[in-house]
Design a protein around this ligand. Sequence first.
Ligand code: BGC
Length: 722
Amino acid sequence: MRKNYEKQIRELREKMTLEEKIGQLQQCGPSLVGAFEVSFEELLDMMFDGRISQEEFDKLMGTAEQDYREEELRAGKIGSYNGIGDAATVNRLQKIAVEETRLGIPLLFGYDVIHGFRTVTPIPLAESCAWDPVLWEKTARVAAEEATAGGVHLTFAPMVDVAKDARWGRISEGAGEDVLLNSAYGASKVKGFQGEDLAKEDSMAACLKHFAAYGAIEAGRDYNRVDMSMQRLWEEYLPPYKACVDAGARAVMPAFNDINGVPCTVNARLLRDILRKKWGFDGLVISDSNAIAECVSHGIAEDKKDASRQAILAGTDMDMSSDSYIEHLKELIESGEVAESVLDEAVDDVLRLKFELGLFEQPYQTDEARERRTMLKPEYRALALEAAEKSIVLLKNENHTLPLKPETRVGLFGTLAADKGQMTGAWAIGADPEDCVSIAEALEAKGISYQYSADGADLEKIASESDVLIAVVGESKEESGEAASRAGITLHPEHLALVRKLNATGKPVVAVLFNGRPLAIPELDQTASAIVEAWHLGAEAGPAVRNVLFGDVNPSGRLTTTFPAAAGQCPMYYAHMNTGRPGGKSKFTSKYLDAPVEPLYSFGYGLSYTAYAYEELKIEKAENGLRVRVTVRNTGDRSGEETVQCYVQVPCAGRVRPVRELKAFTKITLEPGEAGQAALEIAYDSLGYYDREMNWTPYEGKLKVYVGGNVKDTIVEEIHLL
Ligand code: BGC
């Protein structure tokens, strides 16, 4: 039960001046100031386009200091900071807010804790491949324990943007293409971050993002438009945000994009009608960075003042980093263009969260609390290792190339194999690369015999002295995340050239992929003996990969995004609709002339060192849904953990329905030869859809239920729901 602070909120708000109220809505980050006259961003541009040399830039940076705008803070004009993750700075600024401002209202500190704070865990896309809500919650808890020790009160996470387009760099920040998986992932993260009681010193508020449908931006190009039917929005994109709200997320970030012509930041239909009225959300809405001001570039606001008016009226409470509210809200209220009651509601949302976080009682990060939660504890690293191992997806394993025997002599190639700084992946802003373990270090630590070449020098010699060649290829951490869309999602030419040279030696080649998105790798699939998808796994990347390569761990990860066979297939996803002419042999069917219509690796796919067979699928009607039971048998000679996936297809309805929809999943651990029964449930509610007029329609006809280890390899039963 959440405590009710409405009386305290009202009493405090009634004491506030107009300026103090507006100050509560102002969130800023530290900016860099120094002996330069233009902004830091402009300076960067000048260096990139050659107006100043690298040396001049470095010299100017030598004069730079963080500017926290302390005079404004003293004057009660700042309510929150983002991007500060050290307790000393947090405490210093907090002291000014508490002791030197007129009302002593504590500050709220937000930070991007996306996949770990100091102990970096796998990027969300990787961790989603574990299909493991318990694990997702545990890693979020560790992130909260560390981040709160660094003074953080709120994380800008989880990101639950369903993402079906591998070109989008931010696909790395979420749980992939499926609506059910993103919902489960988001709800677990919210619980983990927030803990049982938000007021506890190791709980931080979750700010779900990016509301809404950011993952559907056109052509996968970051910040682009979103244009879609209401049915699609409600069925395929909104449920994960709703799941996070239901799990208790106390903050929401509107997305940068517009939906059908209205940017989310000024979208009252989204922020007021859906989020607050329909879903009952009474937390804080924080704009994305500079997003209010950017409504001018969108062409929906004349200037920052107009943008501020539209944003606050639409329900965006707090202005992240654009100074729009602080510059314009006062005149908007005084002129009557915005009613003061609208401002009051926004202020209440800020104060409510500060009360709920217990900041009025304990605004500081105490030394005692910090000591109890030292960073990188052995148990944190152990969890990071477990998460990394469970995130790895084995994509190919010809002739049992893997696992390797302990005495195998390894030839290790590629810069990513030894670059610990690259292991974190995107958005690990609190991380220290020194904390990460590379593959080379992990082999060394276990005394495994290996020779390493970063760039392929001495390739023939190393190959002749090795039993297996490992090529570590893929993407750097800068190639996914924000502002990192790619039009071609194939292997880089130099990586492909390395693999070709290794193949030419005739020795078995194992490709280990580090990447933040699905890659189109048909040639690698044809030529490598084995492919290990390792994503960006965080602090324990090296040991996790080693443990899978050498069989200490039986890989169990399953893809949560489809791997296209060619970039031109994007967006590609399993839950697509059929056309009137599904892709087939005839020319006049839905397909490409120059690429297959099938993906390279399907959703849900992933190999292991054992194999599973599915039999005896039984479906029973129960009161609220279908009960599905299936027998899974471990037919190989190693114990393993299988992810049992249950899909449905509605063959005929009032609107066209997807060819498959994931409705349930569970995990089962089986010894060699052992058979076990997996039980799953499909709620009747989850089978409904929006009809042509946007009425929610329960589905009552014939249903096909598919169960298996990935979306393509399933057994099927039919059932009539009525
Ligand atoms: C990103 C958000 C992030 C924010 C604060 C923005 O550019 O879109 O996801 O939380 O910056 O760092």
